[in-house]
Design a protein around this ligand. Sequence first.
Ligand SMILES: Nc1nc2c(ncn2[C@@H]2O[C@H](COP(=O)(O)OP(=O)(O)OP(=O)(O)O)[C@@H](O)[C@H]2O)c(=O)[nH]1
Ligand SMILES: [Mg+2]
Length: 339
Amino acid sequence: MTPGPASDDDAALVARVRAGDRRALARALSRIEDGEPARVRGLVSGLHPHSGHAHVVGVTGAPGVGKSSLTAALATWWRGEGRTVAVLAVDPTSPFTGGALLGDRVRLERHAMDRGVYVRSMASRGHLGGLSAAAPHGLVALDAAGFDVVVVETVGVGQAEVEVAAVADATVVALAPGLGDAVQAAKAGVLEVADVLVVNKADRPGAERALAEVRDSQELAVGAAARDGQALPEGVDDWIAPVLATVATDVGPASGVPDLGRTLAQHRDWLARSGLSARRARARAELWLRALAEAGLRARLDALGQGSLLHDLATRVADRRLDPFAAADRLLAALEESD
Ligand SMILES: Nc1nc2c(ncn2[C@@H]2O[C@H](COP(=O)(O)OP(=O)(O)OP(=O)(O)O)[C@@H](O)[C@H]2O)c(=O)[nH]1
Ligand SMILES: [Mg+2]
């Protein structure tokens, strides 16, 4: 019942993805999004050894705060630094066209002609485990395709931020001026996962106040090393998430976007110096393995079906002939034996 190694078809697709074939990449991502376990497995196993080079940046925040605009502006900045960029937008709230992502026409045209920028949206709702199921596999594909930076954009307040923080090297939490936005974010535990906090739409009324609110909440926040539960080497200071103001729809140096780009580069250097980079990679792999193992277990339980041991045990629990804990133990033991 365990699927075998990658098929020839998978191997060919992997080779084409690695060679920079955009149509192959699109096919690979569609296959990952479809989520058919054996096909995902063959493909992702083939891609995995070739991944691990991209700088993965999560951009998250409430609907409409300007995540896509910020991502597009950052993409322009990274291109200026000679880096290639892929964007994976998970469950975008607004229809995800190149136009929606890239904001203004100038940026759209510039990136549309640029093979160094790749944009893809992906639905993860309906997959067991939400973001944690499809996005890490999509990241593997984009990483193996050789992009220097991979941005994962997720919308939401709360769970989505925590999940994106679990797959990214750096998490940018974007907020926009609006009553209580920062307070909301603080309540939802969002500030804790931020490596960089951005108050976007700094050109709009209330921006100063929002910045002040976020900076106030930030005083309560702990540093990255404390979050990761690790002492830092001598001479390495902890990373306290900087709070930046941006105007994502502006292209100039006053937009705050170059600052954000530089801050992300500093964060990456800091991760490497502090030793947290490797530690986080391991923690990420652990989450990933747990999600896969849990999905595998669920699939095997689902496969038991009617007239099965599950059905039989359930009848006995319902009739009070067996206690539910003992029944669950038997079920797990039976799954183990069927290996
Ligand atoms: N004034 C102003 N408008 C902005 C700024 N950034 C984005 N916008 C506008 O805000 C709207 C939403 O921007 P998006 O980039 O689509 O926001 P988003 O967070 O990606 O939205 P969803 O993906 O739908 O959650 C668009 O009309 C943008 O043009 C900014 O810095 N200033
Ligand atoms: Mg968006």
